[in-house]
Design a protein around this ligand. Sequence first.
Ligand SMILES: Cc1cc2nc3c(=O)[nH]c(=O)nc-3n(C[C@H](O)[C@H](O)[C@H](O)COP(=O)(O)OP(=O)(O)OC[C@H]3O[C@@H](n4cnc5c(N)ncnc54)[C@H](O)[C@@H]3O)c2cc1C
Ligand code: SF4
Ligand code: SF4
Length: 1024
Amino acid sequence: MIPKLAPFHDLEQLYVTFLQELAQRGFKGEIKSDFSNRVALSTDNSIYQVLPQGVVYPTSKDDLVTLAKLAGEDTFKDVVITPRGGGTGTNGQSLTDGVVVDISRHMNKVLEINAEERWVRVQTGVVKDQLNAALKPFNLFFAPDLSTSNRATIGGMINTDASGQGSCVYGKTRDHVLELETVLSDGTLLSTRALEPEERSAVLAGDSRSDQLHALVDDIFVSNQALIDEVFPPLNRCMTGYDLAHIHDQEGRLNLNNVLCGSEGTLGLIAEAKLNVLPIPRLSALVLVKYADFNSSLRDATELMRANPTSVETIDSKVLGLAMQDFIWHQVEEFFAGENTDAVRGINLVEFTAEDETSLQQKIDGLTALLETGIAHQGNTTDFNADTFTPSGRLGYSIALGRDAVNRIWTMRKRAVGLLGNAPGEARPIPFVEDTAVPPENLADFILEFREILDSYQLQYGMFGHVDAGVLHVRPALDMKDPKQEDIAWEISDRIADLCHQYGGLLWGEHGKGVRSEYAPKFFGALYPQLQKIKAAFDPHNQLNPGKIATPSAEIELLKIDGVPTRGQHDRQVSQAAWNSFSDAVYCNGNGACYNWNPADAMCPSYKGTRDRIHSPKGRASLVRSWLKMLSDQEVDPDQALKSSSILQTPGKFLRSLNKKRNDDFSHQVYDAMAGCLSCKACASQCPIKVDVPEFRAKFIALYHTRYLRPLKDYLVGTLEFVLPWCAKVPALYNGVMSARLVKTVLEKWVGFVDGPLLSKNRLHNIPIASARRINKLSPEQRQKTVVIVQDAFTSYFEAPLVQDLAELIRTMGFTPLLAPYKANGKPLHVHGFLKGFQRVAQRNTRMLHSIAQAGLPLVGVDPSMTHTYRMEYKKFLPEGTEAPQVQLIQEWLADNIEALKHVQFRGGQRFTLLPHCIEQSHATKARDLWADIFTAAGQQLDTQSLGCCGMSGTYGHEARNRDTSRKIYQLSWHNSVDAHEADELLATGYSCRSQVKREAQKHIRHPLQALLSLAAHNVDSSR
Ligand SMILES: Cc1cc2nc3c(=O)[nH]c(=O)nc-3n(C[C@H](O)[C@H](O)[C@H](O)COP(=O)(O)OP(=O)(O)OC[C@H]3O[C@@H](n4cnc5c(N)ncnc54)[C@H](O)[C@@H]3O)c2cc1C
Ligand code: SF4
Ligand code: SF4
């Protein structure tokens, strides 16, 4: 049994009073000081972990003013506040031991789009991709790009002056900021924009707080121009925090925005921004130039720039290799078709954009002419021979034409960045020297020396970069749990900082400084005191994100890279047994890919539905890491605790569960976070680190219930698969009882279960069972023409007509369908943490399915989610050496037998839209796409829409506590598509999805096989 885990009660009285007072002052957003909120926001993507005192979620500019005004009062002068956006910083920028101000949760509205004048006004919590989605109908876009565009906010981008691919043409975020509304540390509202000379004169003569700030900053620029020219390197990336070089912009206007950009929350809370937006280039193309070694690709980049591309990006073979093993690869593999990818050790991605086809083609031709001169094996690396390749090292190239193809490659590149954070073993790639920038012509030499330093420590690393801007990304692998390796990180940091300086470059080319501000005096030299003057004027009491960028006086020190608590220091307190037991959680590196804004992406529905970071894979993994540390403090081994649980503990559990609400146990907070997970498994495939929440959630729930009683609902759901065969003997009675209002009320109020489905009236009596006797009687020829349908509780009992239709389609194709004897699949047991029961079921079911498969009969599952359980959850629960049963998805079997399908006569050419199950979206994209081929073979047209989760996900949407979120998720992702189509045109592969559409939209939509069957010449009535 697990012990009680007291949450930290380490809140300082000053903060307790501050947060209480904030509530009194009319702050409208949430004010949180519970341990789980604090833990969820204690990390970003950096190596650091800092526990805040509290977290506030402002709803508006007014909330920010209320907050800052209170903080500005004398009593609270020691309160520290740090704004936060997407939390994707790589250097601890948004971490604090004070109050986190999470602007992203509510302040995420696009306020105004002026397409004619090409600007947009937003709240700063808007995510960059969200903004571009809103701009797309106007054919406009916000140009600065970054790899984290699906979760980083405009506020974060402004405050780190973010930039990325395309920066040589589009510049940095600063170049697109027109106006900012900033709340200063005393609650003053500061409006900033570029000031024309006469406006500047007026402001310099004024005496408001805003005027004074403008005057001070202007004076710093005017008085230090020579020094600024000397200190600021002439790089595309420029030196941020604070960008003194651009206080007067290119037109000579005084522009405080340029100081606020890159200020990392140290000068004010930026509430709103007016941004410049550009027309989306009409056409684009990307040339993938492949090299025999990475160094050649780097050196060649300068040459490629002669073709005037929009951008040139380089990736090395390690990054390419990671992408090749990822689900994303199938989207881009056509650009490597027939090639020996092992020979490719580096790639330059050269993008061109244009308004018309002729100029696009001219640009491409310009590059290819240049390439032709130095390629040993044009467009093909299969016969690569190291002795014959040309000095340029170019192996060949391929061309991706059109926006869609280009976007697919950039998506692969962006994702590969995250994948770099993954590696087997304890040494994991970490950011601390991850975004250096040097003049592009020095890049190759700089990298040689960089590599020498890393190699001297024998570290593993992968590299990629924006070679056009001289930016290199590298994350050496270190096990920060080991204090000696942590010291190596600090040593390397110092050495690389020196190297950057020596090459006339920067340690922070893109991601900002954060804790690395320690090096600011080194890079700013004699200008550093000017930064301090700015900080002192904006934030005299050092309350805003202190210790970063600059301190307000010489007496106050900046943070030190080795002086801030690290994740490694936290994690080394977790016992090895606990660490191993929860290996699906502990490696989360906080990159935030699971905060994905896009409703059409599978990850993560519970975060999208709540916008609560606790309800994201990262939130859950973070809570579990803290929970494991607490267990380790009490010397508890989770696996032992699970094994030692027994029925004799039930009375104790009963007593503990009685006063649960008063029982201050951190496990309750972790339980709440787990209970909100849909077990959709999107994280398990889409998280670059493969954090698998359903896997560790199941174990956590099992452990939680070694101490506390289970809710009745768990037993209802867990045993459903076993009792259904009995209920199905009296379907009318079952349906009558389940439809009775009293029963529904009891189920909702007492059991926590809503909208339970009703049994199908017709059962599957016309499909013979695949008994051993029947199978044995089959001749070898008959076996080749027999297919076994693997039943699952949901379709066999609640949607029997679908199983009948599957059997009918199989017959129509000239095969004989048999039904595998019904056995529980066990997924609901796994989801609810009945792990011992799940193991028994998995082993029993595997034996049965193996015995059928051994007779040479293909097994076909009906529901994608249940079928994937054999591929995913079963694996870990079978005895060593036992293979999981090979159960095909329906489309996989149909694709294998496409010739037989082609012999069926289908009535011609209808058009359908497929809404695939999210498990196919994230784990079986190839299989998902098979449906289109199958429909084409049947003479029909199928469009596949990528949507996120429908919000039902097994029994999640049937749990009363989840009903509202389930609905919200549906509204976000499925509602519009379902609304836009007639029910007849829509198809869905998942049982959950079909029932959610029925519940939320009162539409009955079919499985794709039912659409096919209804069009077959000898179809049966598929509306049973
Ligand atoms: C895998 C990976 C790839 C990355 N690739 C790139 C890249 O290509 N280019 C690039 O530029 N960066 C990149 N980054 C870094 C990071 O994504 C950017 O710095 C991004 O701009 C941060 O945005 P955010 O919303 O996550 O901000 P956060 O990390 O939450 O905050 C960043 C800073 O901004 C401040 N801040 C946030 N909002 C406000 C506000 N409204 N008012 C005042 N201060 C605020 C915070 O206090 C903090 O100092 C990458 C990071 C990761 C993990
Ligand atoms: S769970 Fe995965 S995607 Fe989310 S922050 Fe952690 S590592 Fe990144
Ligand atoms: S399983 Fe789905 S809902 Fe649960 S954490 Fe992973 S992505 Fe989110």
